[in-house]
Every structure is written in C-alpha cells, then in structure tokens.
Write a protein that binds this ligand. Structure first.
Ligand code: SF4
Length: 221
C-alpha cells in the first residue's frame, strides 16, 4: 500500500484493509487484553483514572494496596484527601486524581447506589471520567462495545495506517467506528496498543518486522 494509493482508497476498500489489519494483529497478539489489573467495574474505573499520564505498570503497582484500603464507592466518598493522595502519589497528578476519586465515590453513592453505571451518558457525567475512560470500562468491565478507546498508541497507529487523518481523539474514534466491525471495537484498541508498544513505536517504528507492512502506507522498507 503506497501513500498515493491510500489517498485514493475507497471507503469499501479501506474497510476491507481494516479487517485484514484486525485479522493479522489478532493472530499476532492472541492474548491482547486490558493491561490494568482489576476485579470489578469500580476497580477498573479507578485504575483507568489513575492511568492518565502514567504507565499501566505503575498503576498496577499502586492498586493492590489502594483497592484493599478502599473496597467500595463509600470508602472513596469518605476518604481522607491526605491519605488518598499519599497512596496514589507515584502515579503523578495525584492531587487532581485524588479529588476525582473522592468525587467519583460521592457521585456513585448519591446517584447510583454505589454501583458503576453501564451507560456512556452516566459514566461521562462522573467526576474525572471522560469518553476514553468510559469506553475502557464499558468494553472491558461490562463487555459493551459502545465506542473505541483512542489513546496515544491507537491515534498514532490509526494515522500511520491512514485510517484517519484526524488528531483529536474524538474525531479519530468517529473515523474508526466507521471502519472497524462493532463486535471488535474493544479488541481493536488492545491490539493497536500492543502493536504500538512492541513494533510501531513512536520514534522508531520497526517496519521491517511488522506484520502490517504490506497494508501500511507509512511502511519504511
Ligand atoms: S509498517 Fe511501520 S508504520 Fe506501518 S504499522 Fe508497521 S511499524 Fe507502523
């Protein structure tokens, strides 16, 4: 796939290419899944909020103690700001994140009987929860393919693969939902994140070793 061919590509052909990309990546990463350790929707919601500007590895180091100390929404609602901040300090932006977690606990207790809601509208109305976090929770905790998570890897790879020209994550998502089959929306993000971490890295993509090279207009080989 050359850049000029990608520019002339019809929507139908792009959909077919997207499916091929999906198949190849699914074969390459059969265990692709959410990297944030969690046992419940609340734990995933908290871990996703903590993962902003932080690695999943660091979040997974912090959450075992955090989840033991704050087992439910009530616990976050009544948490001491100082103690909570101290527990999540290493994830960065800890004051804002602690404020979000306490507000989240309060909102869940007040409006949702302490449970995490299952709709996009209710989720994005919670403190500290944007569309990306809501998509993570809906897709991975509830198995609902409501949208596509667009993080830095998904955005970068989708542009390199000429599936979008957009930079804004919401617009990238809009382009992707037109191309990726709905039943694979959650998986798509996991696959692109794995591929972005291992092969299609930000600075030096390893195109010579990439299973998508023949489908990618950005391939440098
Ligand atoms: S061919 Fe290169 S730019 Fe394209 S997806 Fe693979 S590593 Fe990324």
């Amino acid at each position: 796939m050359t850049p000029s061919r990608a520019r002339r590509e019809s929507k139908r052909a792009r959909k077919r290419r997207t499916n091929e990309i999906l198949e190849r990546l699914a074969e390459e990463y059969p265990n692709a899944r959410c990297a944030l350790a969690h046992r419940s929707p609340l734990e995933l919601l908290v871990a996703t909020i903590l993962s902003a500007q932080c690695t999943d590895k660091r979040v997974n180091e912090v959450t075992p103690n955090l989840f033991a100390r704050y087992p439910d929404a009530e616990a976050y609602a009544s948490a001491s700001a100082d103690e909570l901040e101290e527990m999540i300090r290493s994830t960065g932006f800890f004051r804002n994140k602690a404020r979000s977690l306490r507000g989240l606990g309060q909102a869940l207790v007040e409006s949702h009987a302490g449970k995490v809601p299952k709709t996009m509208a209710e989720l994005v109305a919670l403190p500290g929860v944007g569309r990306k976090t809501a998509n993570v929770v809906l897709g991975n905790a509830f198995g609902i393919d409501e949208g596509i998570v667009v993080d830095t890897h998904v955005g970068r790879l989708s542009r390199r693969l000429a599936l979008t020209a957009e930079k804004d994550p919401v617009r990238v998502e809009k382009d992707l939902v037109e191309l990726v089959p709905r039943s694979h929306w959650t998986l798509w993000a996991h696959l692109l994140i794995d591929h972005g971490r291992r092969v299609c890295k930000a600075r030096r993509p390893e195109c010579a070793a990439c299973v998508l090279a023949t489908l990618c207009p950005s391939a440098e080989i």
